[in-house]
Write a protein that binds this ligand. Structure first.
Ligand SMILES: NC(=O)c1ccc[n+]([C@@H]2O[C@H](COP(=O)([O-])OP(=O)(O)OC[C@H]3O[C@@H](n4cnc5c(N)ncnc54)[C@H](O)[C@@H]3O)[C@@H](O)[C@H]2O)c1
Length: 363
């Protein structure tokens, strides 16, 4: 196939520019339209990409371009409306940022819009393309760990930034087995007001249908990863089995111990390295329906439901069965129920992002 897929990118902030640059660098794509409601960002993006169609209104740009790919990289409160614009503009594939949505009211809507349209969709959980993530996955899949009984992940960043990533890669490590139920706890209201609205600290368990246990912690109380300096990359994810473990540090390589020895190797999260294969696999999927993108929406949605079920467990207590049957505004439920007590930190470096709340009471 030699023709180029035409692309529109909406939201020319950090991630929009990453996407636009990676599409432009791939010979299978051509960025024909860019959109941002901020005129200065739009002008900068138009100059950088050379896109012929530009504007501050996503629908106008999408309808003018009638592109094959509608990519949007807006903050998490803008999801269903953008999906609708992408579908109605005639796109064959929508590329969106994580998280899928802020709540299941919108998440169900996004899911149903896509299902009814037949439009392909991918969600940017692109850390998995790092060589250290790939190596960890390879070791887990090889059988060298024996019977895998646990997959795990921790990150010091907060839920709507990082839990989406953690759960996605844990599910990948576990062969995408469906989740049957979850149970979770949370502390700290500070980040509820953030654009990525979240409790300051979340911990939870996942029961996967294949019997594997998922254990995940995200936020202010999650353990340090002292091998990694860069705060946002203090993430540790892996799998344990009867014969050993393999794990990846987002900012610091991989390591494994099995019956036959111990190994480690390099790797660090890097947008410049992670975006090209993520983008290439969109072309592969557009070329061939059988080459389903690993970051396909159905997979990301399964992780999103786990995250939303965590929120319900935090608010209501106890276990939450999956799949979820009814919609809710999970962030509002958390605002209504999370105790007003200060979060306790796992390390002093977290105080920068999780300062003590002025009105929080000790217990
Ligand atoms: N996958 C990853 O590794 C990763 C990393 C960082 C951020 N993200 C996600 O990417 C998304 C965007 O984050 P960001 O850091 O790029 O944000 P950003 O604020 O840098 O960019 C968002 C842009 O969208 C524009 N925008 C907002 N509303 C718009 C509208 N209605 N029409 C057109 N443009 C509009 C804003 O003006 C802004 O330029 C978030 O969902 C975030 O969680 C993902």
């Amino acid at each position: 196939m030699s023709s180029k897929y035409r692309v529109v990118v909406v939201g020319m902030g950090k991630r929009g520019m990453h996407h636009a640059a990676a599409f432009q660098a791939n010979p299978r794509f051509e960025v024909v339209g860019v959109c941002d409601k901020d005129e200065a960002r739009l002008a900068a993006a138009a100059a950088k990409t050379g896109a012929a169609i530009q504007g501050t209104d996503a629908r106008e740009v999408a309808n003018a371009a009638r592109a094959d790919v509608f990519c949007f990289c807006t903050m998490p409160h803008l999801r269903a409306g953008m999906i609708r614009i992408g579908i109605e503009s005639g796109a064959r594939l929508i590329a969106m940022e994580k998280p899928v949505a802020l709540n299941t009211a919108e998440g169900f809507e996004v899911r149903d819009l896509l299902a009814g349209s037949g439009v392909k969709c991918v969600v940017s959980h692109q850390h998995r393309y790092g060589e250290h993530y790939q190596k960890t996955k390879e070791i887990i899949t090889s059988g060298a760990l024996g019977r895998v009984h646990t997959v795990y992940g921790t990150a010091t960043g907060w839920m709507l930034h990082m839990l989406s990533h953690l759960v996605d890669y844990m599910r990948w490590f576990n062969g995408e087995s469906p989740a049957e139920w979850v149970m979770a706890q949370a502390a700290g209201r500070g980040k509820l007001a953030d654009a990525h609205s979240s409790p300051d600290y979340v911990g939870g368990f996942i029961q996967f249908a294949n019997g594997v246990r998922g254990v995940v912690e995200c936020g202010a109380g999650a353990p340090d990863v002292p091998e990694v300096d860069y705060w946002w990359r203090k993430c540790r994810l892996g799998a344990q089995g009867t014969d050993g473990f393999a794990e990846v540090l987002t900012g610091g390589g991989w390591r494994a111990v099995t019956k036959t020895g111990s190994w480690s190797g390099p790797g660090c999260m890097n947008y410049d390295l992670d975006m090209p294969p993520y983008i290439q696999q969109m072309a592969d999927w557009l070329d061939d329906d059988a080459k389903v993108h690993p970051c396909n929406f159905a997979s990301a949605y399964a992780g999103f439901e786990i995250m939303m079920a965590f929120c319900r467990s935090i608010a209501k207590g106890g276990q939450i069965a999956l799949p979820l049957q009814q919609t809710a505004d999970e962030m509002q439920i958390l605002r209504d129920t999370l105790p007003n007590r200060p979060v306790l930190l796992s390390m002093a470096a977290n105080a920068k992002e999780y300062p003590p709340a002025q009105d929080a009471k000790g217990s």
